[in-house]
Design a protein around this ligand. Structure first.
Ligand SMILES: [Zn+2]
Length: 197
């Protein structure tokens, strides 16, 4: 084949690859909504308004799957969020705006965690297994979507070296404290942002 022939072959391969990519992407319909068995309030309730930001910078969708509700600790409990695998120290940012309600350390649980309450006080965004908080983060402070929360770590029960962000969304009544939330599946809400981006 001559040079022009090769060029055309190259272009064909490129276009074919792009088409395959688009078809594959287009074929990925919205993930199934799976309610957390123990949560009385599921996704039947109205979802948070606005768009969620992917709470780890530099991470793409291929690394994120819906693990909400999966059995953990040999079935003793169920997974109440989505794990976003990321390199140690990757920037964790606020998925949505709110007020930093609690910075909490739980050795056997989420490790270094942050709870951010939505402006209407009906949702709590939960960031766990952090290595550290962002210097700007403090209880009572306001964060906007995309603002720094901290850095990806393996604190708490993540398992040494299993660096990821555990991101959760919990429903709370406006008068309830930060530790009384009922988990809902963040995955479809994150994925909604993906579809519209
Ligand atoms: Zn998790």
């Amino acid at each position: 084949m001559n040079r022009i022939g090769w060029t055309f072959l190259g272009i064909f391969a490129l276009v074919g690859g792009l088409v395959a990519l688009l078809v594959d992407f287009g074929g990925t319909s919205a993930p199934p909504i799976r309610a957390f068995a123990d949560a009385p309030i599921g996704l039947a309730a109205p979802p948070p308004s606005g768009q969620l930001v992917l709470p780890v910078r530099g991470v793409g969708w291929p690394g994120i799957r819906d693990s909400f509700g999966e059995a953990r600790a040999g079935g003793e409990r169920h997974h109440t969020g989505v794990d976003i695998m990321a390199p140690a120290g990757a920037p964790v940012v606020a998925a949505a705006s709110g007020t930093v309600e609690k910075l909490y350390y739980s050795n056997g649980g989420g490790g270094v965690t942050a709870y951010v309450r939505s402006p209407d006080r009906r949702l709590s965004y939960y960031y766990a297994h952090l290595a550290a908080y962002a210097p700007t983060l403090h209880e009572g402070g306001v964060v906007r979507a995309g603002d720094p929360i901290g850095a990806v770590g393996d604190s708490g029960n993540a398992g040494a070296g299993n660096f990821h962000l555990h991101f959760g969304i919990e429903r709370v009544e406006p008068g309830e404290p930060w530790y009384r939330g009922r988990a809902i599946n963040p995955y479809p809400l994150l994925a909604r942002g993906r579809a519209e981006r």
